[in-house]
Design a protein around this ligand. Structure first.
Ligand code: AMP
Length: 396
């Protein structure tokens, strides 16, 4: 894996693809600076080497050139975070951009306009990528959130830097964390998969069955498994056409010696709302008119035991409808168990969707070994896919 440390940036111009797709309020002020902060280590390292930096990003989903999606709105925030006055050009390619890049001095930072103002970006247009590439000497990809897209600035551009292309610190950390879980993991390895549907997680489950010792299944997915095994699930969410698949997964897990842990009890509600009436019932005896919306206390005891003896933990998907306070307990408790295991030395990775939102919401983020920054990208990596943005740099 070629990283920043393999290059001395002195006197060089680095074109960096970052993910500055940050939320803005109605006055165009950045409301969450996480993504800019996450890329700052990479940028600062290059500046400290006496290199200069050209930042490229997308923002939102503009249809052509739309003022509200201009990256000019985030220039000041980026300057504050970097401690360097960031220069800005109102275009991504063209003579003005070329001039600004040419005049860039060591220690200086230039930000280009939203790449998605050009349809060529998402189309992966070679000519557009070549023009971006011509601005610098080295290509750095630090945008994990778009690494699963073969866009001009995330993938195609790398072709124009046969030698001089590297992973930024953030992207390197994402790859390294996943390797710690799926490749060089310390056993026992446990994956917790929750969320709403079997169908959206099936490829992940199939890919990780070869890599884990324990698989905890929770959330809405549970009920497809329970019904397939002949249980009564009341009005709980279920994908009837995936029952066969659920049984196949259980068979495969058995053949591979993976221990599967499903909830044994649930918090059932008489409606899908926070103030519904609730009762704790066995997972396979849910009365009609009731639906399981969170893991029950016995299930949590079982999960705790598994988590606390694990040395490597992957968590993807909530154990219940955590957006509603009364059904968030399972997800919070699970987060606490993983935090405890992590404190005792386990490696924990949270990634790929709603569990990231949950750990942030419940203040658990600092207690995990690593919380992924890319939803879709992490999910695809968990599915065993090679991401184009990563492959483009590895094929040096
Ligand atoms: P996913 O995007 O597949 O990770 O699913 C996350 C969503 O699953 C969250 O919005 C949860 O509210 C939802 N979810 C979790 N458990 C249940 C459940 N028992 N019934 C319905 N939805 C659930």
């Amino acid at each position: 894996m070629k990283t920043l440390n393999d290059i001395n940036f002195k006197g060089k111009k680095a074109v960096i693809r970052v993910d500055f797709n940050v939320p803005l309020d109605e006055d165009f002020k950045v409301t969450d600076t996480n993504r800019i902060e996450a890329a700052s280590a990479t940028i600062k390292k290059i500046l400290t080497d006496a290199g200069s930096v050209i930042l490229m990003s997308h923002l939102g989903r503009p249809k052509g050139r739309e003022e509200k999606y201009s990256l000019k709105h985030i220039v000041d925030t980026t300057s504050e975070i970097l401690g360097v006055k960031v220069k800005f050009v109102e275009d991504s390619i063209g003579s003005e951009v070329e001039e600004a890049a040419k005049n860039l001095q060591p220690g200086e930072v230039l930000m280009l306009e939203n790449l998605r103002f050009y349809k060529e970006e998402e189309a992966g247009d070679k000519d557009f990528a070549k023009k971006l590439a011509s601005l610098g000497d080295v290509y750095v990809n630090d945008a994990f959130g778009t690494a699963h897209r073969a866009h001009a600035s995330t993938t195609i551009i790398a072709d124009y830097f046969p030698e001089d292309k590297v992973f930024g610190e953030l992207l390197a950390k994402e790859i390294d964390s996943l390797d710690k879980v799926l490749k060089n993991s310390e056993k026992p390895v446990t994956a917790v998969l929750g969320g709403s549907k079997v169908s959206s997680k099936i490829t992940v489950i199939e890919n990780i069955l070869d890599k884990v010792d324990h698989l905890i299944i929770g959330g809405g997915m549970t009920f497809t498994f329970i019904k397939a095994q002949g249980g009564k699930i009341g009005d709980s969410i279920c994908e009837d056409d995936k029952q066969e698949l659920a049984l196949e997964i259980l068979e495969k897990a058995k053949a591979k010696n993976v221990q599967v842990h499903l909830p044994v009890d649930v918090v059932a509600a008489d409606a899908f709302k926070n103030d519904a009436k609730t009762q704790v019932v066995d997972v396979d005896k849910i009365p009609d008119g009731w639906q399981g919306l969170d893991a029950g206390p016995k299930s949590l005891e079982n999960f705790k035991e598994v988590i606390l003896k694990s040395k490597t933990i992957l968590w993807n998907g909530p154990l219940g409808v955590f957006e509603m306070e009364n059904f968030a307990k399972g997800t919070i408790e699970l987060g606490n168990f993983i935090a405890e295991a992590t404190e005792k030395g386990a490696f924990s990775l949270v990634g790929g969707g709603d569990s990231v939102a949950a750990v942030k919401q419940f203040g658990l983020e600092p207690k995990m070994s690593y919380v992924s920054t890319g939803g879709g990208a992490m999910l695809e990596m968990l599915e065993g896919k090679t991401l184009p943005g990563i492959a483009a740099i590895q094929n040096a």
